[in-house]
Design a protein around this ligand. Structure first.
Ligand code: SF4
Length: 447
């Protein structure tokens, strides 16, 4: 774990000699802790201090990169147990299995299915991240062929799934310029798998059948063989196991700095409890969720969950404030105002378009807060909204003087009318889902 300024200070000579350019050792330590300078700038660091500082600079959970020719996925390098302490850095990557026993047509259909799971939510594209080619046939030539077909049809990085090192080698030979993930080494094949991982610069999943002790022992052996990029498979099959084992692995890594478990974790999702296992895995530290099979709606729900868990809790999702066009508005189109919280913007604009209308949508600078929260925080008052309207060029875009405010802040309508003389304030619906009926039943009849 990174050291604090005071912890670094205790490792310094405390002579305040100023040779580093700072007036005191304490000032120097604070700059080192803030990562503004390197501790090596002090010429009087003891060997012991160098060793401690060097070890603290290594992330407690290793960053592992899985690459194709043109795409890559990063996992690991997490620093906290709970997202509110800072944030989670690398979201759970979603991988979908394609079995090598399928024929060319079936593989192409599965690739199409994977491509289709791609949608925009709150300004972010949500999609699947990895493809796992799975050895079902037991025939290394079939596996090779499947890897070849898939690498020529997608840019997504690959996971090669087999316990047979010869089959894995056949797959690796098809993608020598990628850095795939090999799944997996176990107590029987780990030496050969380690050799392959080193030769092809691949990352390696370790699976241990007998709990975290055997996982830790195997990870140490594989690291001593020279494989650095390891992913742990604690082999969990139900929600209780996932919760317990994933939490223990992260606690050992972060709180005990236990290097044997300081790696990202993969969760194999299959069987009857797939969906709930995935939910627990996303919330609790799975770096990769490897799906055998899942319905489209399940993927969409899980991608949405992932987006929420991995958003930075200290920075609300927001879009730039200003006036946005929804559809192809003209001077008679309705004029809405709301906050610049991303989700509000996307839901409101979608509902306006979904109703068959175009419109002008003013987003005020409410620091990414939702409507009610912004109002309660004093960032969405009638006076503020009036100022935004007056400072905008909306009067050049519309011929009417009607403004629609969110129903939840009906209370600002009087103040807004005072700020915008000559304007009519419409109190719109509370829920965005009622915008279509508002436009048809109120707006269209009066405008
Ligand atoms: Fe302290 Fe080292 Fe800087 Fe001297 S050079 S003030 S000992 S940190």
């Amino acid at each position: 774990m990174p050291l604090t300024g005071l912890e670094i200070f205790k490792l310094l000579p405390n002579t305040n000699c100023r040779e580093c350019g700072f007036a005191t050792c304490l000032a120097f330590a604070m700059r080192v802790a803030a990562k503004k300078i390197d501790a090596e700038e002090c010429p009087y660091l003891s060997e012991e201090a160098k060793e401690i500082l060097g070890a603290s600079a290594v992330p407690p959970i290793r960053l592992v990169k899985i690459k194709s020719g043109s795409d890559s996925v990063k996992i690991g390098e997490e620093l906290v147990m709970f997202r509110h302490e800072k944030k989670f850095f690398h979201q759970t990557s979603f991988a979908v299995c394609i079995e090598d026993s399928k024929d060319e047509k079936e593989i192409s259909e599965k690739l199409e299915y994977i491509k289709k799971i791609n949608f925009e939510r709150a300004g972010e594209i949500l999609k699947l991240d990895l493809i796992a080619v799975k050895d079902i046939s037991g025939d290394k030539q079939k596996f090779r062929k499947a890897v070849n077909l898939i690498k020529n049809s997608t840019d997504l990085p690959l996971i090669l799934v087999s316990e047979n090192p010869e089959t894995i080698m056949a797959g690796l030979e098809e993608i020598p310029d990628h850095k795939p993930l090999i799944y997996s080494a176990n107590i029987h094949n780990w030496e050969k798998m380690s050799e392959l991982a080193k030769r092809y610069d691949a990352s390696l999943v370790i699976t241990a059948e007998n709990g975290l002790n055997s996982l830790s022992e195997l990870s140490e052996k594989i690291k001593n063989k020279g494989v650095e990029n390891i992913v742990l498979n604690p082999n969990c099959s139900n929600p209780a196991e996932i919760l317990a084992n994933h939490t223990l692995i992260r606690r050992f890594a972060l709180e005990k700095n236990f290097r044997n478990l300081g790696y990202p974790v993969i969760l194999n999702v299959n069987g009857e409890e797939s969906f709930i296992n995935s939910v627990i895995g996303i919330c609790k530290y799975a770096s990769i969720a490897l799906f055998e099979d899942l319905k489209v709606w399940e993927h969409l729900a899980l991608l949405t969950l992932r987006q929420n868990i991995y958003a930075d809790p200290q920075r609300p999702l927001q879009v730039d404030y200003g006036i946005y066009k929804v559809g192809e508005p003209d001077d008679k189109s309705p004029f809405f105002v709301t906050t610049n919280f991303s989700l509000t913007y996307f839901i409101v604009s979608t509902e306006i378009e979904g109703a068959g209308f175009s419109g002008h949508l003013l987003l005020t600078d409410s620091e990414g807060l939702s409507v009610l929260t912004a109002w309660a925080a004093g960032k969405f008052s009638g006076e503020m909204v009036g100022k935004f309207v007056n400072n905008s060029d909306i009067e050049n875009k519309i011929s009417h003087r009607n403004i629609i405010i969110p129903g939840y802040v009906a209370v600002i309508s009087g103040e807004l009318e005072d700020s915008l003389p000559g304007w009519k304030v419409y109190v719109g619906p509370q829920e965005a889902s009622d915008i279509p009926s508002f436009l048809k039943n109120v707006w269209s009849k009066e405008n």
